[in-house]
Design a binder for this molecule. Sequence first.
Ligand code: SAH
Ligand code: SF4
Ligand code: F3S
Length: 439
Amino acid sequence: MKWYHLLTYGCQMNELDSEKMAGMLEENGWEKAENLEKADLIILNTCCVRAKAEDKVKGKLGQLKKLKIEKPDLLIGIGGCMMQQENVGQKFLQQFPFVDFIFGPHTMDRLNEIVEKSCTGRVLEIEADRFDVPRLPIKRESSFRAWVSIIKGCENFCSYCIVPYVRGREVSRPLEEIIDEVKEHVENGGKEVVLLGQNVNAYGRDSGRVDFARLLERTDRVPGLERLRFMTSHPRDFPLELVQALVEMPRVCEHLHLPIQAGSNRILQKMNRGYTREDYLKLVEFIREKIPGASITTDIIVGFPGETDSDFADTMDVVEKARFASAFTFLYSPREGTPAARYSEQVPHSIKRKRLDYLMSRQNQISLEYNQALIGKMEEVLVEGPSKKDSEFYMGRTRTNRPVIFSGPAEKGALKPVKITSCNAHTLYGDLQEDSAHE
Ligand code: SAH
Ligand code: SF4
Ligand code: F3S
């Protein structure tokens, strides 16, 4: 038996890539090792969107170096976005002599070949962008939820972001291939599909055949599918007609992730986002009108170069007006090779930190108020399994993507009514209601 272990950093795109790597390795006779110690092959799937993601990888390599001393036959490989940056692969091979192979998102489909080659010598296999999306076997982590990639790459070039440089041009997958993958998932007992892309709304723009709305309509009609989600949407490319169309799609969940990034028009422009705060708030208002109870979540960057107190006040003002159900908040992290990293007015760390703390505490309060309003209500929960913290309880998600901890027992992948009894800012707690209509 040969054992592999994958460590994944970064976004859902990387989670899915890791599932593909697992699929390829298992086709080639490898088996999943539950921990690092048991593994004969360890692969790090890296992210470089912020310095923190890179630091985590470097920290892990320290631990792997020790493992390799104890077990010299162990193979160690690094893939993912971080390796796709200019000269980073080369640098890593020099800096970490115990690493056996390095590859990137554009050479991932050759993983088995790369692993084999690395048995006889160190391998660096990085390629520039490519214009096809190879169909690879997928070993899904979840039996009921499937990530389905619909478009690769990003061409938005937000001025702070490294993703377009490492993930390349936008290439949409053919519609029928996506629908087949969704059907296959449902036939295998799947309940939920998350359509993935850095900017899903750009779907079809490169091929010019079908657009995102049409893809959603088709997916929504796949028999047996219960829940349909998509991420990430760019607010600039989210026309009001699309909101209107979603109303007619019963499987599409009442959750929209719409990263605003900043609330000041001056900063939004410097970020190259292509919308104003007014455009964004209009979209939010329209969603609230058409999809009552919808949960709108966002990403916000604090401390973009040149951000003044007044710009930050604008961000806080949008937070108050839009009332996000939750928000991922980040300190701006300069990324080499992006325009914003070269801007002269970098904001000192202490100011960034203060602003982030203030934003987080205010957003937590809003998230808590949202959750409190659900106490006493019944929610349909898709059961994910026993709770990680306490196996006496179960964990699932509402259609609005809120995690719920509840008293079981309940079968993984089942849809169950749960009465919400208490909450904090991030989690709902409740009791399972036996309802034969849901069996
Ligand atoms: N395509 C998606 C996700 C991109 S990465 C989107 O456009 O939303 C996820 C989030 O990371 C971004 O939304 C942004 O908020 C954050 N991010 C990207 N680059 C960053 C940087 N240099 N510093 C801090 N946060 C960053
Ligand atoms: Fe990065 Fe902007 Fe593309 Fe998102 S849309 S991946 S933030 S460049
Ligand atoms: Fe990170 Fe790459 Fe995703 S840089 S955020 S793993 S696309």
